[in-house]
Structures are given as C-alpha cells and as structure tokens.
Design a protein around this ligand. Structure first.
Ligand code: HEC
Ligand code: HEC
Length: 284
C-alpha cells in the first residue's frame, strides 16, 4: 500500500514537467528559432566560417562558397538588411524561395540550398521560419553574385512532395521522417551518380566527399546494414554521433555535418530521427 503511494507520487513528479511544457504553447518565433537553429542548420551554411572560428555578430549574413562545375554560389545574406539581405522580400517571397527555389526576380538558386527537401514543411512551420527570420538583426554584408553555367534543375526529393500536417507530427516515425527530411540528412548521406542523388538505389549509403577546412570527409553509410551501416549501433551511440560528432569508437567526426546544431534538439525529436534512420533498408 505504502509502496503504491510512493510509486504514484514519483510517477506524478516525473510526469509534471511534461504537462507544464505542453501547457505553455510555443510561439511561431520560438518554433522558427528551434527549427532554424537545430535540425535545419541554416547558419551552418549562411554564417561566415573560419578557420579560425565563426565571426561573432555576423550570423546569417552570408557564408560558405560552393565552387562546382555547374555553378559558383555563396550562401546568401538572409538577415533583414534591405540592400544586402532579404529585408525587402515579402513573406510570400521567402516562402516561395523555400518551397520552389525561385527568387522574387525569377532566378533559381542552386540546389546546394536544400529547397528540394522543404515542400514537406507544414504550413505552420513554414510561417514560423519566416517569422523567426524577420527577428534577426539586419547585418550589412554584400555576398558575391552567383555564377551559373547551366540552367539549374529543381528536384523534389521522394517523400517530400506534399506538406505534412500537424497530425502527422504526432506520430513518432512520421515526425522522424519529417525532421530527417528538413534536415536533409540523406542529401549528404546518399551518393551522387551521374550528377544526381541516387535515392532510388543507394539511399543512405554514404560515400559523398566534402572538402573543407577539415580536409576531405566522406559521408558514412547510415542504413541499417550491420556491417557497413548503423545496424549494430545502439540508439545511444547514434545519438552521440549526431549530437557530439563522435563515432562508435569515440573517434571525432569531421564537418560539414552540423553536430553542434543537432545537440540543441529535444530528446523526443532526436529519438524520432533515430527511429526513422533505423528504417532505412540495409545497403552494404
Ligand atoms: C547546405 C547549405 C545551406 C543550408 C543548410 C541552407 N542554405 Fe539557404 N542558401 C544556400 C546557398 C549556397 C544559397 C545561394 C544559392 C545561389 O546563389 O544559387 C542559399 C540561398 C538562400 C536564400 C536566397 C537568398 C537570396 O538573396 O537570393 C534564402 C532566403 C535562404 N537560402 C534561406 C535559408 C534558410 C531559411 C535555411 C534554413 C531553413 C537555409 N537557407 C539553409 C545554402 C544553404
Ligand atoms: C552537410 C552534410 C551532412 C548532413 C546534412 C548530415 N550528415 Fe551525417 N555525416 C556527414 C559526414 C561527412 C559524416 C562523416 C564525417 C567523418 O567521417 O568524419 C557524417 C557522419 C554521420 C554519422 C556517423 C556514422 C559513422 O559511421 O560514424 C551519423 C550517424 C550521421 N552522420 C547521421 C546523420 C543524420 C541522422 C543526419 C540528419 C539529422 C545527418 N547525418 C546529416 C555529412 C552530413
């Protein structure tokens, strides 16, 4: 009898913070900040980078340059500065860019900007991202104009064609799929074959090379293959890799994966992403 009472009291104490959290609804700006600064890693590309270190106070004012055969582009200034950022864009302009890759002037962005993955965004999350971008401090910084050598394609990643609903996000596995999609995990973790991602045959197989200040890294196999992928890893080991950049043996992982952004995700969201990653069919 006494034990039951104690057990119930403990259960109530444990459950309380969760109830409090649910009672306090997140504002759109808070939700936007959470998405932009964790799973969507916008600043990983759009902020100036070292070496030696990121430049304080210049977040979102322009960042990495991608010099590839079809184009040479620099991640844009996405602060609300009217002349050098996106301060003169309407909310609808920003949403159109995120969903279709097309700017207000009709020019399409290169697909390194992961717009192929964003049509899955719920209408609420899309609004939240725009609301948050509006709160950024305007920073004046002119980014070099893009150079395009071919007419750029726009793909939509399989599974991302249609906006998810709020109800979808209540299902753990669907939420995991959603977060992994807007986090474009499989963009980096799927090899390029003949100039396009081979999502059909090699989803999650890894092997793409990323040159950077870290040297050259190669994305790893994150399918459920027991030998080549994550099949023999525990959830805790996968979580440490994603949030702390350490592999199963504790060895540090290199960029450009945004470990420090993922470290700020809620446990529930990380668990959902891991549950989804576990469903990737094994490829050796
Ligand atoms: C993998 C790197 C990467 C990530 C992650 C990324 N972007 Fe981009 N983004 C770019 C690059 C590169 C460009 C410029 C492409 C070009 O000029 O063709 C760009 C362009 C843009 C533009 C167009 C701005 C203009 O002036 O034309 C907007 C708006 C934008 N990104 C917003 C975002 C937001 C919001 C996020 C996060 C939700 C994000 N980006 C995530 C690389 C990235
Ligand atoms: C911008 C590219 C990029 C994105 C986005 C990205 N990764 Fe990675 N990831 C890499 C690279 C590159 C490595 C290997 C780094 C190394 O070998 O030092 C890696 C390593 C890993 C590892 C360690 C695997 C091992 O065998 O050590 C896991 C797990 C992982 N990524 C999962 C994810 C998940 C889940 C997401 C989405 C939330 C994600 N990654 C997003 C590029 C990326």
């Amino acid at each position: 009898m006494r034990n039951t009472t104690i057990a119930m009291a403990v259960a109530a104490a444990v459950a309380l913070p969760a109830i409090l959290q649910e009672a306090r609804a997140e504002t759109p700006v808070e939700r936007g900040s959470y998405l932009v600064n964790t799973i969507m890693t916008c600043a990983n590309c759009h902020s100036p980078k070292g070496p030696p270190a990121a430049v304080a106070g210049k977040d979102f004012s322009g960042g990495l340059t991608f010099d590839e055969p079809p184009f040479k582009v620099t991640a844009s200034n996405i602060t609300p500065d009217k002349e050098t950022g996106i301060g003169a864009w309407s909310d609808a302009d920003i949403k159109k860019l995120l969903l279709t890759g097309v700017r207000p002037n009709g020019v399409r962005v290169a697909e390194v900007m992961p717009t192929s993955f964003y049509p899955i965004l719920t209408p609420g999350d899309l609004n939240a991202i725009v609301a948050y971008l509006r709160t950024l401090k305007p920073v004046r910084n002119k980014v070099p104009d893009p150079i395009y050598k071919i007419a750029l394609p726009h793909h939509i990643v399989p599974g991302a064609e249609k906006a998810f609903t709020q109800a979808d996000l209540k299902d753990k596995l669907k939420r995991g799929r959603y977060l992994a999609t807007i986090g474009h995990c499989l963009e980096c973790h799927t090899p390029f074959v003949n100039g396009a991602h081979d999502f059909k045959n090699s989803l999650g197989k890894g092997g793409r090379e990323f040159p950077g200040p870290w040297g050259v890294s190669k994305s790893r196999n994150i399918t459920s293959s027991k030998t080549a992928g994550l099949g023999s890893w525990t959830d805790a080991e996968i979580k440490t890799a994603i949030t702390h950049g350490k592999d199963k043996d504790g060895k540090p992982l290199k960029g450009p994966m945004g470990y420090q952004y993922y470290a700020k995700m809620t446990d529930a969201d990380l668990d959902a992403v891991i549950a989804f990653v576990r469903t990737l069919p094994a490829i050796d």
